[in-house]
Write a protein that binds this ligand. Structure first.
Ligand SMILES: [Zn+2]
Length: 180
């Protein structure tokens, strides 16, 4: 019979031994640290995640315990160019290898390509999802193309370059077709 696994208290070794999978859609609000990054409340927003355990070299004396994690979310941030809201997609696709304890993990993490974590029988999977998504939050969020003209000010070199100074509001109108 298949065991059922709890994401909040995951027995990582058993999860890997069974090659088990867990997935879900968890409300963004459940991830307090991630939700705190958002510039506005996003009711209805969810974090989609899935995890798969894998035991590598199962015949070996010390088989490797792996966890493969995918997660995605869209976080509403403030564009640092136009100061309007921007929905930034966050996505994580990472693999983790679990070793006996924290010291071993710290010693191996530097050299290993994958992330190395200490094994646990009550591992906090949502905590890992949140940690990984937090690392994807951009320091300077920006639209690819801002939906509104970026600020017009006297400090703007384009603005000062012209001959007679235009009415800035006339110019703003000209940049917004259909609003004349
Ligand atoms: Zn923008």
């Amino acid at each position: 019979m298949k065991r059922s696994f709890s994401p909040q208290q995951l027995d990582v070794r058993a999860f890997a031994e069974e090659g088990a999978q867990l997935s879900g859609e968890t409300p963004l609000a459940a991830f307090a640290r991630l939700a705190a990054e958002a510039s506005a409340d996003q009711p209805g927003q969810a974090v989609a995640w899935s995890a798969r355990g894998e035991l590598r070299n199962p015949g070996h004396l010390h088989p490797e315990v792996w966890l493969h994690l995918e997660a995605s979310a869209a976080l509403r941030l403030t564009c640092q160019r136009c100061l309007e809201p921007v929905d930034v997609p966050l996505a994580v696709d990472r693999s983790f290898r679990f070793v006996a304890d924290e010291d071993t993990a710290a010693a191996q993490d530097e050299a290993a390509e994958e992330d190395v974590l200490a094994i646990s029988r009550s591992f906090d999977l949502p905590g890992l999802v949140e940690d990984e998504l937090l690392m994807e939050v951009p320091a300077v969020p920006r639209h690819d193309v801002c939906p509104v003209p970026v600020r017009l000010s006297a400090a703007d070199p384009d603005f000062d370059a012209g001959e007679p100074r235009e009415n800035p509001f006339a110019r703003l109108k000209a940049l917004k077709p259909g609003k004349s």
